[in-house]
Design a protein around this ligand. Structure first.
Ligand SMILES: C[S@@+](CC[C@H](N)C(=O)[O-])C[C@H]1O[C@@H](n2cnc3c(N)ncnc32)[C@H](O)[C@@H]1O
Length: 299
């Protein structure tokens, strides 16, 4: 299985304007696809991820690209990896001597590896336990949420993160179904969702509900909100921030934050509208379809 195919790779790297020997933080290093591209342009990398399995893979991947201190590939730069949550980017950067940097990248959401590894419990296609924690040290899983939240709380979650019109009926159907036995697997939950939202097009009707659960388990919008002001603090003048989001709630947070900071004269946006993947990229990697890239420069 390929670990992850980096999304909007060329567009992101071009717009980060990588400087030779500059310092860059990849807050979601995942399989290291974006980080590798930065290294190859002679940028130094601090890669952060909350998932130790991602870090193991990234370590191997980046070692192959840049077996520091081997200079045989004429790379004169280094990389290091840190386990943590990007909401703590200020502390992680300081601990690793990356406290004034030339660029910061976030490529939000899950990797293909996480999504496709049954034991991680992200998928609606198998009977593994619903889990969805990107950081295995988190205490609450998707199975806990789906079985413990009451009807109103489930409805609120589906409305907030999935803008789901049938949120009330879905919440009722879930609460009815779990009266007999707790809902354990992605497959069981997907079957319950299909009772309310029958299959129509290519996209599985459970997709958005699963994404909503995942966002709640990992507290994704709050992480992003905490990250943004800290990231700006770390950037040098002329440093760039690039964020790839996959969810309208995430993109709204980034858009509003950048607008406010531009009004205060702290950043300038590199382009007004976000960049989306080309038709060719979406055809080649359907998971990129909802990606949006926003980039800003500290002034
Ligand atoms: C879409 S993948 C990144 C893929 C990467 N750009 C590549 O090219 O391989 C997102 C990664 O971010 C990690 N992640 C998500 N939220 C995080 C957070 N708040 N803090 C740290 N890592 C996070 C996930 O564990 C996952 O490995």
């Amino acid at each position: 299985m390929e670990f992850h195919q980096p999304v909007l790779l060329k567009e992101t790297i071009e717009n980060l304007k990588i400087k030779k020997n500059g310092k860059y933080i990849d807050g979601t290093v995942g399989g290291g696809g974006h980080s590798e591209a930065i290294l190859k342009l002679n940028g130094n990398i601090l890669g952060i991820d909350c998932d130790p399995e991602a870090l193991d893979y990234a370590r191997e991947h980046l070692s192959a690209a840049c077996p520091f201190p081997d200079k045989s590939r004429e790379l004169d730069v280094s990389w290091l990896l840190a386990r943590g949550n990007f909401k703590d980017i200020d502390k992680i950067a300081k601990e690793n001597n990356f406290d004034k940097v030339d660029g910061i990248l976030l490529d939000l959401g899950v990797s293909s590896y996480q999504l496709e590894t049954p034991e991680r419990g992200f998928s609606f296609n198998n009977d593994s336990i619903l889990d969805m924690r990107m950081d295995p040290d988190l205490k609450v899983t998707a199975k806990d949420l789906i079985n413990i939240l009451n009807k109103d709380e489930l409805e609120k979650l589906f409305k907030k993160f999935a803008q789901e019109k049938l949120a009330r009926r879905l919440a009722e159907t879930i609460v009815d179904a779990r009266r007999l036995n707790p809902i354990k697997s992605g497959l069981e939950l997907a079957e319950i969702i299909l009772k309310v939202k029958p299959r129509r097009g290519k996209i599985h009707p459970a997709t958005q509900i699963f994404q909503a659960l995942r966002m709640a388990v990992n507290d994704e919008l709050n992480n992003l909100n905490e990250f943004l002001p800290k990231a700006l603090q770390l950037l040098k003048t002329g440093g760039r921030l690039a964020i790839i989001s996959f969810h309208s709630g995430e993109d709204r947070i980034v858009k509003q934050f950048l607008r406010q900071q531009e009004e205060k004269g702290i950043i300038k946006k590199i382009f007004k509208k976000p960049i989306s993947p080309s038709f060719a990229e979406v055809r080649n990697n359907p998971r990129s379809r909802s990606a949006k890239l926003r980039v800003a420069e500290k002034v």
